[in-house]
Design a protein around this ligand. Structure first.
Ligand code: PLP
Length: 458
């Protein structure tokens, strides 16, 4: 295609997109007023290309999911071959397919001990809906049907279906249509930089965990089914909990006999330099949500890992588990997941992020802390956050919230780097294949974006 035809296509695509396509989490009219979407046409490694030929460094792995990077022929081949052999068959009526069986075995081996059964869906939201239903069913079978309440955190993200959005603690999502549903409760998040005040991070971690216990006591322990949390909150702004937090959460769940669920949709499959965020924090969950990195986003797939405590009772007493999706265990998605996991293993991506490129990226990101606009840089492995402040010493916040983040994000777009603004927190989560040179480039571009935002604010 010539440049001219590409330009024409861009204008035509934009117009059609604006007329017909309602984008997720988007102000429809606002997007149209800005001239419409940026149209991404190709990608290779960590680089995206748009319909105008601009190259963009993807510091977000798409939506935190393209862990093995773009352009993997092996994944395309795995999908192609499975489509030819068997493009679809369901797993409802006493049938299974080789990829769904082999992936189940593989996931049981990879995830922490005791999580040996898998229930499939297509998105993280569906997986979390499945969990909400499964834990309530578990307690019915365990003879404690009053245990229906599920506790999670303000500013946690667990998806967009009615139950997943209720599990999540995103205020704008709740305000959209009057959520949460009954039985979903939220407590404070372990966000020391934003909410820790004068407390030490260690004391604040304990206090944030104690908020779960306070909620359990308020509701009555005999009514609480489960607590769910992301090991590191991703969409909420990469909230890295103080070291004291997860041990205390686990103690509290044990003390009140409450199921503990780790939502590993972002943290899973190497993001933190460990296979799962639960490995990083030594969390021993009863259930786990997997999605995104399970296929590196090449096809939609999610999984609920079910621990023996829950699975054994569903198995021995439950009868039919009346829940499932047409695409549960989709053979093509499972085949791609198997190949994706093979790539992660063969290329030692988790080890690389743990020992080499992860510490290097964190070290480079940390150099941004000296920037006048930056109050804190935090991160682990290939996930990180840069807090923008009006004043470093007092951790002063912008008014209105998001003013600096939006400016910085707009500069990122112009400079050709993807970083997301969560209010005034810039977040990054690049593909696990990012090299040291690419990490340098990522940080160089982020610094330029910070300079641009600082100049705009002056
Ligand atoms: N859980 C977490 C931690 C997530 O970050 C997300 C999506 O970003 C979800 C669940 C929902 O996944 P999906 O968008 O595939 O429904």
């Amino acid at each position: 295609m010539t440049t001219q035809t590409i330009r024409n296509s861009t204008a035509v695509w934009r117009a059609a997109d604006t007329r017909h396509h309602l984008h997720p989490f988007t102000d429809f009219q606002g997007l149209a007023a800005e001239g419409g979407s940026r149209i991404i046409t190709k990608a290779e490694g960590v680089w995206l290309e748009d319909s105008e030929g601009a190259r963009i460094l993807d510091g977000m792995s798409g939506l935190w999911c393209v862990n093995v990077g773009y352009g993997r022929e092996r994944l395309a081949k795995a999908a192609y071959e499975q489509m030819l052999a068997l493009p679809y068959y369901n797993t409802f009526f006493k049938t299974a397919t080789p990829p769904s069986i082999e992936l189940s075995e593989k996931l049981a081996a990879l995830t922490p001990e005791g999580l040996s059964r898998v229930f499939y869906a297509s998105s993280g939201s569906e997986a979390n809906d499945t969990i909400a239903r499964m834990v309530r069913r578990y307690w019915q079978l365990a003879g404690q049907p009053a245990r229906r309440n599920i506790i999670s955190r303000h500013n946690g993200y667990h998806g967009s279906t009615m139950a997943a959005a209720s599990l999540g603690g995103m205020q704008p999502m709740h305000e959209l249509d009057g959520l949460p549903l009954p039985g979903f409760h939220h407590v404070r998040q372990p966000y020391w930089f934003g909410e820790g005040g004068d407390m030490s991070p260690a004391d604040f971690g304990i206090a944030a965990a104690k908020a779960i216990e306070d909620k359990i006591l308020e509701l009555g322990p005999e009514t609480v089914a489960a607590f769910i949390g992301e090991p590191i909150q991703g969409a909420g702004g990469v909230i890295i909990p103080p070291e004291s937090y997860w041990p205390e959460v686990q103690r509290i769940c044990k003390a009140h006999d409450i199921l503990l669920i780790a939502d590993e949709v972002i943290c899973g499959f190497g993001r933190t330099g460990h296979w799962f965020g639960s490995n990083l924090y030594d969390i021993k969950p009863d259930m786990m949500t997997l999605a995104k990195g399970i296929t590196s986003g090449y096809l939609p797939l999610s999984a609920v890992m079910v621990g023996d405590r829950v699975a054994d009772l569903l198995w021995s007493e439950g009868g039919e588990f009346a829940h499932g999706f047409t695409y549960s265990g989709h053979p093509v998605a499972c085949a791609v997941a198997l190949e994706n996991i093979a790539i992660i293993e063969e290329e030692k991506l988790v080890e690389r992020v743990h020992d080499d490129t992860g510490p290097y990226l964190q070290q480079q990101l940390a150099s941004l802390a000296e920037h006048p606009l930056v109050g804190e840089v935090r991160g682990v492995g290939f996930i990180g956050a840069i807090e923008l402040v009006t004043d470093k010493a007092s951790r002063g916040r912008f008014n209105p919230k998001g003013r600096a983040g939006t400016l910085c994000r707009d500069h990122c777009v112009k400079i050709g780097v993807v970083s997301r603004a969560v209010g005034d927190t810039m977040v990054v989560a690049p593909p696990l294949t990012l090299t040291r040179e690419e990490a340098d480039e990522l940080v160089k571009r982020l610094r330029l974006a910070l300079d641009g935002a600082a100049a705009d604010l002056n």
